[in-house]
Design a protein around this ligand. Structure first.
Ligand code: NAD
Ligand code: TYD
Length: 351
């Protein structure tokens, strides 16, 4: 793995992954980051890298759906490995408008796979980042594993399921060396505040209402983004080609408990002025349609075969995350001035 194409490297997980790869793994090849810079893509997430790694980190603004520019990238940079993050990633947006999800998540993945087929001779690996949401909702006490049947509920998860099947089919049909990882909900630095954790942190910092869908009893497993990045690299280096690996944080929690924990830790870090405990900001709002009740992940395969386990507990990871948001008000200001905040204001009842 020398010339790694990372797609969606200006997003939340992609930018954390590039940071991890270049600073913490000993990887000495080249990273070519292709990102369209949608509302969710922020080149400032890796601003310092263009200076720290002027030769080994290359950023190209392009759409993975555009065959011509992607062909140029594959040929010019002699891509031998792909780590594919680029996607439309927010469930609520997919409910309001699924078109971009089908285009980027399914057609964009197909486009990249076709280029891998064309350059099969020098391709070491196509690694696909996916989600546990492709499996739908769990009953109490069940866990998702690599053998769980696909049963997606939202246009987002259906588009990710479609991309997983394409990746897997290209492996079987054309012999492309592929791996897939399906992980649970990530949280950590650089996540845009449309998702539960950063939205809650920012609203709690600013004393704004914190929206909790339905009764707050839906359960998600929470994975600290750096643990996820370590897992991805472990799979890319040592995972068996053609295989899927589940990645989880061992922290399935009710949404309401996630929100309450964030409020309490912020009260501890920065006591609110005059307004009392931040839990008072919580508002139960109209539920999301098709809202999956419970996700939980059995990650024993990656643990046994590749020796990966998460380092962070929810408490340790969320404290680091809250501290990062408190220390990075410039990043928040910049993100909130962007196009996507006005979109959120227009579409969401709670903002
Ligand atoms: P994100 O929305 O923060 O970032 C997505 C990035 O992809 C952005 O930088 C965006 O500009 C880029 N992008 C979108 N469309 C593109 C296109 N057509 N061409 C090129 N670039 C494009 O998402 P994220 O949370 O970092 O998620 C990354 C991947 O991980 C996604 O595939 C997502 O499905 C998967 N995933 C995320 C989570 C999570 O909790 N965030 C959990 C499981 C899986
Ligand atoms: P989210 O962060 O959007 O991730 P996903 O839908 O991919 O799991 O949502 C996490 C959980 O939090 C999900 O059950 C929906 C819920 N939620 C809220 O209760 N309030 C919110 O404002 C948001 C964005 C999500």
């Amino acid at each position: 793995m020398i010339n790694i194409l990372v797609t969606g490297g200006c997003g939340f997980i992609g930018s954390n992954f590039i940071r991890h790869l270049l600073l913490e793994t000993g990887f000495d090849g080249y990273v070519i980051n292709v990102d369209k810079l949608t509302y969710a893509g922020n080149p400032n997430n890796l601003e310092d890298f263009e200076i720290t790694f002027p030769e080994r980190y290359i950023f190209i603004q392009a759409d993975i759906c555009d065959r011509e520019s992607m062909t140029e990238v594959f040929e010019k940079y002699k891509i031998d490995t792909v780590c594919h993050f680029a996607a439309e990633s927010h469930v609520d947006r997919s409910i309001l408008g699924p078109q971009d999800f089908i285009q980027t998540n399914i057609f964009g993945t197909f486009n990249l796979l076709e280029l891998c087929r064309l350059h099969r001779d020098r391709l070491n690996l196509f690694h696909h980042i996916s989600t546990d949401e492709v499996f739908g909702s769990l009953d109490e006490k069940e866990f998702f594993s690599e053998n769980t049947p696909y049963d997606p509920s939202s246009p987002y998860s259906a588009s990710k399921a479609g991309s997983d099947h394409l990746v897997s089919a290209y492996g079987k049909t054309y012999g492309i060396p592929i791996t897939i990882s399906n992980c649970s909900n990530n949280y950590g630095p650089y996540q845009f505040p449309e998702k539960l954790v950063p939205l809650t942190i920012l609203n709690a910092i600013e004393g704004k209402p914190i929206p909790v869908y339905g009764d707050g009893k839906n359960i998600r497993d929470w994975l600290y983004v750096k643990d996820h990045c370590r897992a991805i690299w472990r799979v890319m280096e040592s995972g068996k080609r053609g295989e899927t690996y589940m990645v989880g944080g061992k922290t399935d929690m009710h949404n309401i408990d996630v929100v309450r924990a964030i409020c309490d830790i912020l009260d501890e870090f920065e006591p609110a002025l005059n307004s009392g405990p931040r839990r008072a900001l919580i508002r139960f709002v109209k539920d999301r349609p098709g809202h999956d009740l419970r996700y939980a992940v059995d990650f024993s395969k990656i643990q046994t075969e590749l020796g990966w386990v998460p380092d962070e507990t929810f408490d340790s990871g969320i404290r680091k995350t809250i501290r990062w948001y408190l220390d990075n008000s410039g990043w928040i200001k910049q993100v909130k001035s962007g196009e996507y905040m006005s979109w959120i204001k227009k579409h969401y009842h709670h903002n």
